[in-house]
Design a protein around this ligand. Sequence first.
Ligand SMILES: NC(=O)c1ccc[n+]([C@@H]2O[C@H](COP(=O)([O-])OP(=O)(O)OC[C@H]3O[C@@H](n4cnc5c(N)ncnc54)[C@H](O)[C@@H]3O)[C@@H](O)[C@H]2O)c1
Ligand SMILES: [Zn+2]
Length: 364
Amino acid sequence: MTPIFTVPVSLAERSYEITIRAGLLERLGRELKQQAVKGKVAVVTDRRVARHYLRNVSETIKRHGVQPVPIILDPGERSKTLKTVAFVLDVLARHRFERSSMILALGGGVVGDIAGFSASIYQRGIPYIQVPTTLVAQVDSSVGGKTGVDHRLGKNLIGSFYQPRAVWIDPLVLRTLPRREWVAGLAEVIKYGIIADETFFSYLQQHMPDLLKQVPKVVATVVKRSCEIKAEVVSTDERESDRRRILNYGHTIGHALEALGGYQSMVHGEAVGIGLVQEADLACFQGLCSREVVVDIRRIVKDARLSDRMPRWTPSKVWKAMLHDKKVSGGRVIGVWPSRIGEVCIGPLEKHVFNRWYAASRPI
Ligand SMILES: NC(=O)c1ccc[n+]([C@@H]2O[C@H](COP(=O)([O-])OP(=O)(O)OC[C@H]3O[C@@H](n4cnc5c(N)ncnc54)[C@H](O)[C@@H]3O)[C@@H](O)[C@H]2O)c1
Ligand SMILES: [Zn+2]
């Protein structure tokens, strides 16, 4: 038996709980009833997730006297648009959803972001519950209340902060996740160890083979600790001023690589994996951490079967893409730099330093 974990996310009157429980999906109807949900619930999902789980989820909901209204989206990032949100809102309106109705987001980060954003604007906000089904969604996107969609001119350009009523995580659903998506999620998990918890980082070093085999107890422990770290950071900084920035470690270079590849060549976590290593190397180059830190990060990223190598872009292309990231302020790149495993600092990166590092680390 894997244990049941609960993680509180403390945000005054917007506080909620994350529950991690193997087999939770089969109990979804009962859990909804405990939330006093009556009438209808919209189940926003994508076609791939629906194929695996929608029938069982709908049945457990019905068994507890609630009517599920499935809203099935095309899978993938290309669905994360205002057009899809309009479609979701349309279904909610046609089914006469009210302020007291509920939305369930059953899927990965794409479904969670669309469902959360739709919930935040339909009738000025109706409650929603995240039921994340990818590793990325379970350890990252479902926690923290950032919702939104992409715009032609930028990823996640349109959105809102809107906290869910609860997050329900069933680690067993990760068994059907494609291998590539699983491994990509490990980059975010490793990130938590680097930014906040050396003991967790050591646990990951020791248990990486079991994690790759998806040993249930190890998966549940890793998801729980990741959620705790994200919840702690979000609780102290809900709207992303300083503290929340640390979650962006590995993402300055990661986002740039994703954008340069046109969001086609790599999935997000693969780009972040490279970012974790390269940003540590850049920190070491600036004298902010020792070489051992870089070595440890590179080793764990490779042990997770992620790439640690920069693709062959020119430095000016990478710099331009980093400047384009929306987390950049006033034309300056603000980086997150490890000082040791478990601790990071925040500081600006000058273009000439970046160029020197780039030339030193890979002669072009
Ligand atoms: N809101 C936030 O704070 C936040 C944080 C991180 C990422 N995100 C967003 O999350 C998105 C990425 O999320 P993702 O990596 O979960 O991608 P995703 O939602 O596209 O899911 C990846 C693929 O896995 C499939 N899938 C999902 N669960 C499955 C399961 N259990 N079994 C089989 N297949 C399954 C999906 O159909 C999809 O094809 C991006 O849009 C990113 O911007 C948001
Ligand atoms: Zn990320």
